[in-house]
Design a binder for this molecule. Structure first.
Ligand code: AVJ
Length: 332
């Protein structure tokens, strides 16, 4: 049978008799498709959205406490220092929509300053942490209506509450850095549609800086980021009948100065064959699996990207060490 599947992959697959994946629930089917496609592709890759199962979300919360990982502390300090000024400039909307909300811990700071907001719409793929965050917030913000949306924020086309305008958007933690520049632009264009005319959008953006600061932030001494990255392989073993030997893969984080991004990788420490849902994939020693991009921007670069997506940069706040920035964008 002549096919356009490259020879090496046919070899990989030949050892597995049945090509059709077993019947899986939608969430696992999505994960299975991404893993089987990612392992069949060269270079190999796995989408970073699959970091956030319950264990991954817990490990990320641990990362935010690490001495090397400055983004969360820097952004929280900016919200604490400029919260009132930010709220004033954001205007008196009633609805706050947050993309990739995670634990919503920083959101509480913003909500405390946004006195008129009565409806909060957190969007996140991690259903468990979304529910936990909603409960945590409702204990702290009386009368706030919370409408969680379990979804991939890059694919969200409608919101649970459409009527009310203007809306405020919040995208924290520099999660926009996970997207390529083209994807980030597409996301900002889509967010404009979702938030509607007269919207204001507050976005956290990690700033370009010395790789000597960036690389340890993604490869900490205690190995928490390594565990966060390797958890992707553990998840394959847990959910997709994988037989991956975790000791035969290592975490790595490199800085690509041309693209201006950190790349997280899993490196095969041996020539080996791993199985996922009965399919075998051969890895050479030193072969890498790409698991995450974390793009860094200068203030000007991010403002140019926002303009290209139809937003008007209204203001930007940075900390004294220029580690992190918060951008207020408006939609005319
Ligand atoms: C949650 C996506 C913003 O890219 O800095 C932390 C995730 N990856 N350590 C980031 C992450 C490795 C984080 N974001």
């Amino acid at each position: 049978m002549e096919s356009d599947i490259p020879h090496t992959i046919v070899e990989d697959l030949e050892r597995s008799s049945d090509l059709s994946p077993p019947r899986l629930d939608p969430a696992r089917a999505d994960f299975a498709d991404a893993v089987l496609a990612g392992f069949a592709r060269k270079p190999r890759s796995l989408p970073c959205r699959f970091f956030y199962d319950a264990r991954g979300s817990a490990l990320f919360e641990e990362i935010t406490q690490l001495p090397e990982y400055y983004p969360t502390r820097a952004e929280t300090a900016l919200l604490e220092t400029y919260g009132e000024e930010i709220a004033e400039r954001m205007g008196d909307a009633r609805v706050l929509v947050e993309f990739g909300s995670g634990s919503s811990r920083k959101t509480s700071l913003l909500l405390s300053a946004l006195h008129r907001v009565s409806v909060y719409v957190p969007i996140d793929v991690a259903g468990e942490s979304l529910a936990e965050a909603a409960e945590w917030l409702s204990e702290r913000h009386d009368g706030l209506a919370i409408r969680p949306l379990v979804a991939d924020f890059t694919k969200t086309r409608t919101l649970p509450i459409v009527a009310r305008r203007p809306k405020l958007g919040f995208f924290s933690g520099s999660t926009i850095g996970n997207l390529t520049h083209a994807e980030a632009r597409g996301f900002l264009v889509n967010a404009a549609h979702l938030l509607g005319r007269d919207a204001s959008f507050l976005i956290g953006v990690d700033l370009k800086k010395d790789p000597a600061i960036l690389i340890p932030a993604y490869n900490d001494k205690r190995g928490v980021t390594a565990a966060f990255n390797l958890n992707l392989l553990e998840r394959i073993n847990r959910e997709l009948d994988g037989d991956i030997d975790l000791d035969l893969f290592a975490h790595d984080a490199v800085y690509d100065g041309i693209e201006g991004r950190i790349e997280m990788l899993l490196v095969s420490l041996a020539s080996q064959t791993v199985r996922v849902l009965g399919r075998a994939f051969r890895f050479a020693k030193g072969e890498r699996i790409h698991t995450e991009n974390s793009h860094k921007y200068s203030i000007e670069e991010f403002q140019a990207l926002a303009r290209a997506a139809g937003w008007t940069p209204a203001h930007a706040w940075t900390d004294a060490d220029r580690l992190f920035s918060l951008h207020l964008l408006r939609l005319a």
